[in-house]
Ligand binder design. Structure first.
Ligand code: BGC
Length: 486
């Protein structure tokens, strides 16, 4: 009997999926001022890991551990060699026809000591050249201040957990605003703070998050006081995660999905928009901490002053999102070792029959992005929204990549539906990524690029994939199908 019910449930889920993913493609044009872009990050593409005065980042250290902890034993020592080949990257952006490029700056390349006592002219020069090349091609730079590559020297003295961390990164950001700010209108403080913090375990993760939020707010206030009037830019924290869909429409599953949304997006967005953690995080973590024997909650409390300081520091909502998970209500997980997943008190999963990219976590679920955008709009005061990353990985880097093209088409269609029918104010979209690059712990085994990079060729030759021609057409026509109406 249980088996029959399960088979039925799966069938119903599958039919829902089919129905939603095969819904008609949106045939209306994106607005003429819409940002179409591509995204990359310094560590994943630049290489030149120890050139021109750059010091190691935590990822350089991780890369050089023996035996290797990277799945294909590779390093990003050379990666795509964009440090030397940035003009080729810009030429590709130009050919694809994007009007924006999101990249990150390497803190240890600009400030090899971690601190602003010494500014490396060659590091600054590299980004000035890149920005000049972009501008010469009418491509607007969007800059992430830190995308994973914390200077090792700072990690050695406490890194993200140091009470001084907000000061250190504010000093770095000040250098960046001074050097590049006249040419940059959109800044991101952190990329995916959730991923930065969550892997450190349930005792540290929340302290890490609190520190990153304070650091973000400090940068925002500094920008406000010292640069905003003259540079007129905007700042945001790039948040990430999935859409969380209730498994059934029972009240329990709907509540469980909402809890998961708060523990993921709300983890950072709630403080940014309301000053404090979501209520459900406060009550659940306090409850479990107590049963685990703690005197106080593992979730640190913000002071009234901190709440005021953090609230309202996201000038727009920037998000990376790729996929969807299902959520099921479950009984309270056993008390034992503190655990961030148990803190949520819900069960998330992705059905095996959902089509998957080479990255196992990346199931192709185009309808999820529309639901997510709508939820974020309602939750965070209808913000202007920029999709800073979305994309698909395969294992081969094949040039003939219809699945990536379909992924982009269907996700963009749902983004446009969210704009047209749900009134979500999305002002731009960036494909992750421009080129195949170093995918963190997975090395070069998962390829996200619109452009193939031959990692065996010392010249790191770049070749455009079919999907890049599709995206070129989208950029040109602002339309995701063959023919659009205005
Ligand atoms: C990150 C990128 C990463 C991509 C694919 C995002 O989470 O910002 O650095 O390469 O996803 O995993």
């Amino acid at each position: 009997m249980i088996l029959v019910i399960m088979i039925w449930l799966r069938l119903i889920l599958f039919l829902c999926f089919l129905n939603l993913s095969l819904s008609e493609l949106n045939n209306k044009k994106f607005p003429s001022d819409f940002f179409f872009g591509c995204a990359t990050a310094a560590f994943q593409i630049e290489g030149a890991w120890n050139e021109d005065g750059k010091s190691p980042s935590v990822w350089d250290t991780r890369n050089h551990i023996v035996p290797s902890v990277i799945s294909d034993n590779s390093t990003a020592d050379i990666a795509c060699d964009s440090y030397h080949k940035y003009k080729e990257d810009v030429a590709l952006l130009k050919a694809i026809g994007v009007n924006h490029y999101r990249f990150s700056i390497s803190w240890p390349r600009i400030l090899p000591n971690g601190f602003d006592d010494y500014i490396n002219p060659l590091g600054v020069g590299y980004y000035k050249n890149l920005i000049a090349e972009l501008k010469a091609n009418n491509i607007e730079p969007l800059i992430t201040i830190i995308h994973g590559d914390l200077p090792q020297v700072l990690d050695d003295i406490g890194g993200y957990y140091s009470p001084s961390f907000p000061d250190w990164i504010t000093d770095f950001a000040r250098v960046a605003f001074k050097e590049f700010g006249d040419d940059v209108k959109y800044w991101f403080t952190f990329n995916e703070p959730y991923e930065v913090c969550i892997w450190d375990g349930a005792e540290k993760a929340y302290n890490c998050a609190a520190n990153l939020l304070k650091a973000h707010a400090k940068i925002w206030h500094m920008y406000n006081e010292e640069f905003r009037a003259t540079q007129q830019g905007k700042l945001s924290m790039v948040l990430n995660l999935n859409w969380y869909e209730p498994e059934t429409n029972s009240t329990e599953d709907i509540t469980a999905a909402e809890t998961m949304l708060q523990f993921s997006w709300g983890f950072f967005a709630h403080p940014l928009y309301y000053g404090d953690w979501p209520e459900i995080m406060k009550t659940r973590i306090a409850y479990r901490s107590k049963l685990e024997g703690y005197n106080q909650s593992r979730l640190p409390e913000f002071t009234a002053e901190e709440i005021e300081y953090i609230k309202g520091t996201n000038d727009f909502f920037s998000l990376n999102t790729y996929t969807t998970s299902m959520v099921r209500a479950i009984p309270e997980p056993e008390i034992g070792q503190p655990d961030t997943t148990k803190d949520t008190g819900v069960y998330t999963y992705q059905p095996d029959d959902w089509p998957s990219a080479a990255s196992p976590w990346l199931k192709i679920v185009p309808w999820g992005i529309r639901k997510l955008l709508k939820w974020l709009k309602n939750e965070y005061f209808d913000p202007d929204m920029l999709i800073t990353e979305n994309g698909y990985s395969d294992a081969t880097g094949q040039l003939d990549d219809p699945i990536r093209t379909n992924y982009l088409r269907e996700y963009l269609s749902n983004v446009k539906d969210a704009m047209d029918y749900d009134g979500v104010k999305v002002f731009g979209y960036n494909v992750w990524s421009l080129i195949d690059n170093f995918e963190w712990m997975n090395g070069y085994t998962q390829k996200f690029g619109l452009v193939y990079v031959d990692m065996n060729d010392p010249n790191r030759t770049r070749t455009r994939k079919d999907s890049s021609y599709y995206y070129q057409k989208v950029c040109e026509t602002r339309c995701i199908v063959d023919e659009c109406v205005e």
